[in-house]
Structure formats: structure tokens, C-alpha cells
Design a protein around this ligand. Structure first.
Ligand code: WT7
Length: 655
């Protein structure tokens, strides 16, 4: 793998912002305590994280802070806990019992408020239902839900019985569900009859039925269906059960459910993410270490206080939703705001209207959303009183300085610090981010590694690049919330993350460190596209395209996109002697939507007679990327086997 020449848009960014005095004077961590944290962490990172782990509820204390046998980590070894006791039970003994854990707004404007006591009750009941259906410690359960509070209940109920959840984002197609359910060997699926999006009903249950038809997922014995939309669904007798009925039929003694204690290293969940091959990777996260780091970072980076109303706009189908909608904030006893629907529905000011109405104080969203709002104009934002906001966060892809400045000035009224947080599905929790009351921020930089995290930028030999050069972003020391593996694929875990540079975790991103020690992320260096913060392997989209009977070959590349960060351009060759079908582009788009989901749809499809390849037959995506981005090739073409393909494509582009 080699580092591509990334356009470094941040190179000239020299603006910097001190933490506002009004903010830092009341912040949980000010400059002084931050320095103290850094010092403790540097002296002994394991002891540092052990101290953080003591903020959780443990059933049995751990014996060893860290057992590190690269790439296998065991954090808080031999400790026992159940994460839901930290997220729910412990709050019931305090004033938080009657505090709202979740404030939810449906797309149609319906509002629900759920206290910690009530959330605990719902989780206990669903846990009983799961056990009645035969679910035991270590079983895998798929969750395919709209963004309703019950999605959170489903995750926590799995955790409470020691089952491993695999949340599948509601935008995924039947085909993607099938692959994920089979890979994880799920015995039960939790879904809903449907969900609302842009005023329409998304037929979740129908997708599940399609994924399961003809015994395609032989491990699944039960489908639990939450009635949300009252839409018509078919219930397969012996397999499908209504959630509400199952809860109603519980015996009295099942209304409470004691959390099952599991090992600190017991898997909490699997979450599938894209890699460079067609097959998604089931990233495995465990219990004690994961919760320690998500809880600590939630508290530090969001400066979370008792009366904050906190809104992370991510869906629970992504890692951001796991770590910063559910586990981190609930472990901290926060009030979490949840919104079911589409951001611009029914009007472009929906977000701002809700922030004003619910007095949201912390907003955590993605650059793609920020750019969308920016393009719609300031008026929609300015129409609303956003003075409740005190902190703004961003995650998912590099944020360009203009969008950062707009977020700061227009949304945050130049009063709220911005936390740009770098992390990944694999890291489980934030790794590089400012602690807002202490760290100077620069637009476009995630600033520096959090206390207890050791990151670096290195060359291909693992040598530090210093401040002059870009290179590969790596982690030098294990961290508590790190992925413990890829589900049923140890070798791939080792190969993907731990074999590029011996002893170092390789994140797959290019980066640069400036003279003040700030990290500037330059994006992915492998064949992974990041659209609106969703990582999609180019191979997955290629596989979908090639599955169409008329397509011979496909190469997918990313080009920068103002709104979505990156957009997909697909180059497609057709089988010989095929009469050209004017609707083919539309049909191919449909194929991708069916197999992966509409978010992976190419922005453009280019038909070509052949693709540029190396002598060994590898498609030279680098050249296609250049073509898609700049419209011409300027880079090295000496390894190209047949130049004519490229010439034809370039000529076409020039027209
Ligand atoms: C990739 C991870 C972490 C949750 C959402 C995405 C990119 C993420 C930032 C940031 C620059 C970022 C990286 C990373 N990324 N956050 N603040 N600045 N790039 O999780 O799907 O696992 O994707 O997203 O390229 O490797 P993910």
C-alpha cells in the first residue's frame, strides 16, 4: 500500500481559537486539570485507564489492568460486570431515577420522554422476553430498527442478558441483512413493522422477510416485531412475534430482570464495517474496556453536566450511535435527545426548530450535515433561538475549515467551542479530540490525542514523520475500547490493522502533525469511500454492479463532493454484443440500492470499452480517481498495460 498524494486543503489554515473564558471557567476540565490528566496518563497509561474504569459498576474487580499480546488485548482481565448496571441501575439509587434518559421526537412531531426508571423497566422486560425465547449468554441477536427509543431498549436488553447485538442500519437492503445475519449466526432478529422517513414508511419487516425467505438464514428462529407504523405486515407463524404482545404476556416475576454478569472481555456487540474486499468486517467490541473509554470520553470531550440536553444525530446503526447515543451518555447519566426522521423534513429548519424547542445544549453531528445546512443558507438557522447550545461536535470525516467556521459562527454564535473528534468503528471511542475547556482549536484539525492515547504519524517503515511530512496515522499503545477482532476472522484482523508496521495499529488514514502537535487528518488511503460519514468499500459497490447480467467489469472510485465529502463514480464495462439499453444507468443504480442501500448509489456511472489496468491485471483506480476528480491524468502511467482505454475516457471527458 502506498500513500496517495492527497490534496492537503488544510495547509494554509492558521486561525486558532482559545477555549472561551465563559466556557473554561465552568468546565469540568480546565487547562490545569487537563495537564494533570496528560501527565498521569503519560506516566502510566494502564493505571490511568484503571482509574477511569473505577467509575463503572463492577460485580467482581479485575486482576490485571492490561494483558497485551499483540494484536490481542485484554483490559481489566478477570473483572466481571454487566454494562447495563452502569448505564441504568446505578442511576436509580440517585436523583437521576426520575431524570429523562431519553427525549424522543418522531418525524411527525410526536414527543416521548423516558426516565431512567422507565428505561430500566423496559429493558428488564425485553430482556425477559429474549430469555423466554431461548437467548442466552454469547448468543448473537440482530437489530434492524428505526430510530425510536425501542432501538436503544433492544440493544440494552441484549447486553443485560449477555447476548451479543449486531445492529444493522435501517438503510441496508435485504441482501446486506442476509450477509450480516449469516456471518454472525444470529438466532433472533429484533425489528419493527416500519419506520418513518421523509413522510414515508420504510418497510423494515418486509426487508427482513426477504432476507429470510427460502431458509436463507438458517440460524434465525425468532423475529421480534415492534409495532411502530401499524402498516400491513405478514407474520410467519412459529417465527414472528409482536414485541408488545410478548411484553404484555410476561409473568409478574419477569418484570424485573437481574443483569447477567459477564467477563470484562465478553463481546458486547458486533458491528459490520467496510473494508477493501467485498465482505464487510464484523468488528467485535467487548464490555469493560469499551464502556470505560466511551464513558470517560463522553464526559471529557462533551464536558457533560447534569442538566445538559445532549443530541448526537447519528443513527444507532453506526458506531457513533453505539458509543455516543447509547453507551457513553447513559453511563454518564445524560439526557439523550433522539430524532427519528430525516434532517430536512418537513422543512430545512427542522434541526434548529428542535434545538430551540428542547433547549439542546450539546450538538454532535457530521460534516456532511453541516455542509448541507451551510448550502441551504443562514436564514433557516437564524430564524431560531439557539442560545441553549454551549458545545458543538463533529465526527465522520475531515471537516473543511469553511464548514467549521460556519458551524462556529452561525450555529454556535461564536460562543460554543467546537470538538472535532477523530475515531473509527475499530477504535470504539474517540482517540483524537480537544477537551473543550483546555485545548486550543484550529478549524479542520481534530487537535491532539486524548489523555491515555498515543497516536503518531509514520512513514512506511514505522518511523515518525515529524512535523514536515504527511504519512500514515497509527496508534502506538493499546487502548481500552479497541476492537478485539473481526468476527470469526482472526487472520484478517491481524493482516488489516497490525501487519503494515510491526507493533503499531494502522488506522488506514493519512495524516500530518503540525508544529503545535495538532493532527490534520487527510482521509482514507485505501479503497474505501467515505460518503456522508458512511464508510463504503469500493469493492462492495463493484460487486453489486458486476452482479447485473449486462456488466462485465466495474471500478469504483471517489471524487470530492461538497456536501457528502466524497461521492462515488463508477466506471463500467459491458459484456460483448450487448445492445445498449438506455435505462441501464438507472437499473444499475437500482441494483446498488437493492444490494447495499441507496446511500451507496454512485453519483455518476461512466460506460467504457475497457478499464485501465496494470500488467498484472490490477485495475489502476488511482488513474480513474484522477480522471473523476480532475478530468485528466497527470500522474505516473508507466505501469499501465493498455493506454487506449484511458485515452478514450479522457477524450470523452473533454467533450
Ligand atoms: C473513518 C472511520 C467514528 C465514527 C464515524 C465514522 C474518518 C472519522 C474523523 C474526523 C477526519 C474522520 C476517518 C476514519 N473520520 N472522524 N474527525 N476527521 N476524518 O466511523 O465508519 O469507522 O469511519 O472516518 O477516515 O478512518 P467509521
Amino acid at each position: 500500500m502506498r500513500l496517495e498524494h492527497h490534496l492537503d486543503i488544510h495547509l494554509n489554515e492558521t486561525r486558532q481559537f482559545l477555549p472561551p473564558v465563559e466556557f473554561s471557567s465552568t468546565a469540568k476540565i480546565d487547562a490545569e486539570s487537563y495537564a494533570q490528566l496528560q501527565k498521569e496518563a503519560q506516566e502510566n497509561p494502564v493505571a490511568f485507564w484503571e482509574k477511569a474504569a473505577r467509575n463503572l459498576v463492577w460485580k467482581k474487580p479485575w486482576k490485571t489492568g492490561l494483558i497485551w499480546n499483540a494484536p490481542k488485548a485484554q483490559w481489566f482481565a478477570e473483572g466481571k460486570l454487566n454494562v447495563t448496571e452502569s448505564c441504568l441501575d446505578r442511576h436509580l439509587a440517585t436523583d437521576r431515577r426520575h431524570k429523562n434518559a431519553i427525549v424522543w421526537e418522531g418525524e411527525d412531531g410526536e414527543i416521548q420522554k423516558i426516565t431512567y426508571e422507565e428505561l430500566h423497566r423496559q429493558v428488564c422486560q425485553l430482556a425477559s422476553v429474549l430469555v423466554n425465547k431461548g437467548i442466552r449468554v454469547g448468543d448473537t441477536v440482530a437489530i434492524y430498527m428505526p430510530l425510536v427509543p425501542e432501538a436503544v431498549v433492544a440493544m440494552l436488553a441484549c447486553a443485560r442478558v449477555g447476548a451479543i447485538h449486531s445492529v444493522i442500519f435501517g438503510g441496508f437492503s435485504a441482501e446486506s441483512i442476509k450477509d450480516r445475519v449469516n456471518d454472525a449466526g444470529c438466532s433472533l432478529i429484533i425489528t419493527a413493522d416500519g419506520g418513518y422517513r421523509k413522510g414515508q414508511i420504510v418497510s423494515l419487516k418486509k426487508n427482513i422477510d426477504k432476507a429470510l425467505q427460502e431458509q436463507a438464514c438458517p440460524t434465525v428462529h425468532t423475529v421480534l416485531v415492534y409495532r411502530r407504523t401499524n402498516s400491513d405486515v405478514e407474520m410467519t407463524p412459529g417465527r414472528d412475534v409482536w414485541w408488545q404482545e410478548a411484553v404484555q404476556n410476561l409473568e409478574k416475576q419477569d418484570l424485573l430482570f437481574d443483569a447477567v454478569s459477564v467477563d470484562s472481555e465478553h463481546p458486547l456487540f458486533i458491528l459490520y464495517t467496510s473494508g477493501t474486499t467485498g465482505k464487510p468486517k464484523g468488528i467485535v467490541h467487548t464490555s469493560g474496556g469499551y464502556l470505560t473509554q466511551v464513558a470517560a470520553t463522553t464526559s471529557w470531550v462533551f464536558d457533560l453536566k447534569e442538566d445538559d440536553i445532549y443530541w448526537c444525530t447519528a443513527d444507532v446503526g453506526w458506531i457513533t450511535g453505539h458509543s455516543y447515543v447509547v453507551y457513553g451518555p447513559l453511563a454518564c447519566g445524560a439526557t439523550v435527545f433522539l430524532y427519528e426522521g430525516a434532517p430536512l423534513h418537513p422543512a430545512p429548519d427542522r434541526f434548529w426548530e428542535m434545538i430551540e424547542k428542547h433547549k439542546i445544549s450539546i450538538l454532535y453531528t457530521a460534516p456532511t450535515a453541516i455542509r448541507t445546512f451551510m448550502r441551504l443558507g443562514d436564514a433557516h438557522v437564524k430564524k431560531h433561538d439557539l442560545s441553549s447550545l454551549r458545545l458543538l461536535g463533529t465526527v465522520g470525516e475531515p471537516i473543511n475549515p469553511e464548514a467549521w467556521m460556519w458551524y462556529r459562527e452561525i450555529v454556535g454564535g461564536s460562543r460554543c467551542p467546537i470538538v472535532d473528534t477523530w475515531w473509527q468503528t475499530e477504535t470504539g471511542a474517540m482517540m483524537i479530540a480537544p477537551v473543550p475547556g483546555a485545548v486550543i482549536t484550529k478549524p479542520g484539525s481534530a487537535t491532539r490525542p486524548l489523555p491515555g492515547i498515543q497516536m503518531d504519524v509514520v512513514d512506511g517503515n514505522g518511523q515518525s514523520c515529524g512535523t514536515k511530512m504527511g504519512g500514515y496515522l497509527v496508534a502506538r499503545h493499546p487502548w481500552p475500547s479497541m476492537a478485539r477482532g473481526i468476527w470469526k476472522d482472526e487472520d484478517r484482523f491481524q493482516e488489516t490493522y497490525w501487519s503494515q508496521m510491526p507493533g503499531l495499529y494502522f488506522a488506514g488514514d493519512g495524516a500530518r502533525i503540525d508544529e503545535d502537535g495538532n493532527f490534520w487528518i487527510m482521509g482514507r488511503i485505501d479503497d474505501v469511500v467515505n460518503i456522508s460519514g458512511h464508510r463504503i468499500g469500493t469493492m462492495e459497490v463493484e460487486s453489486a454492479l458486476v452482479s447485473h447480467p449486462l456488466v462485465a467489469e466495474a471500478a469504483v472510485v471517489a471524487r470530492p463532493d461538497e456536501i457528502t465529502g466524497q461521492a462515488i463514480v463508477a466506471f463500467v464495462t459491458l459484456k460483448e454484443n450487448i445492445a445498449f439499453d438506455g435505462n441501464l444507468e438507472k437499473k444499475l443504480m437500482q441494483t446498488v440500492t437493492q444490494q447495499i442501500g441507496s446511500f451507496a448509489k454512485p453519483a455518476a456511472i461512466r460506460f467504457t470499452d475497457s478499464l485501465p489496468k496494470t500488467r498484472s491485471g490490477k485495475i489502476m483506480r488511482r488513474l480513474l480517481r484522477e480522471l473523476a476528480t480532475k478530468g485528466k491524468i497527470t500522474g505516473d502511467t508507466t505501469t499501465l498495460e493498455d493506454f487506449s482505454a484511458l485515452v478514450a475516457l479522457q477524450q470523452e471527458e473533454a467533450l
